[in-house]
Design a protein around this ligand. Structure first.
Ligand SMILES: O=C(O)CCC(=O)C(=O)O
Ligand SMILES: [Fe+2]
Length: 177
């Protein structure tokens, strides 16, 4: 999963023409692996296993078991089920990468909805800026057509703000230009 995260990050930076930042991008980040368990809903109804959110980190690689649950909000506002499929992973862009890329990448909202009577397990690898790292959009991604959207910000300070002011547009309020 770590290898996949690095490959995806490299592909993203290459596609933006800023691959020269790859090494510093990776050096400035850590990864954590988390295993999650979701209980089935108490009745036959569906239940929210994880509230709708966008990840705050850089990139998340998710691996679901065979129990359906992950849903992603489309730009049209529809919740799309992400079907579990053996040997596949889901990559989710977090708010740090959205800010760093000057909004070129979209941090999709997602949630977990539990249906049926089987517990669900998932595993997530989260790449996260190291303590003290300042998220700053590279100058190559700023021009007349793409004016700077987010001022440079310290990730830990943003996280502290985010947890005390949870809202859909916390990043825009905290670091929006
Ligand atoms: O369990 C999942 O599939 C999603 C987990 C998730 O979105 C998260 O931990 O941020
Ligand atoms: Fe998430």
């Amino acid at each position: 999963m770590l290898e996949l995260e690095l490959i995806i990050r490299k592909m993203i930076l290459e596609s933006l023409g800023v691959e020269k930042y790859y090494n510093s991008h990776v050096e400035n980040s850590n990864t954590i692996l988390r295993v999650m368990k979701y209980e089935p809903p108490p009745s036959s109804a569906s239940a929210i296993g994880l509230l709708a959110h966008t990840d705050t980190n850089i990139i998340t690689i998710l691996c679901q078991d065979e129990v359906q649950g992950l849903e992603v909000l489309s730009k049209e506002g529809n919740w799309l089920q992400v079907a579990p499929s053996k040997g596949t992973f889901v990559a989710v862009v977090g708010q740090v990468l959205k800010a760093w890329s000057n909004g070129r990448l979209h941090a999709a909202k997602h949630r977990v909805v539990m249906r049926g009577d089987t517990e669900r397990y998932s595993c997530g690898l989260f790449s996260i800026p190291k303590d003290g790292v300042v998220i700053e959009t590279p100058s190559e991604l700023i021009d007349e057509e793409h004016p700077l959207l987010f001022r440079p910000f310290n990730y830990l300070d943003f996280l502290t703000y985010f947890h005390s002011n949870i809202s859909d547009n916390a990043l825009e309020i905290y670091a929006g230009v």
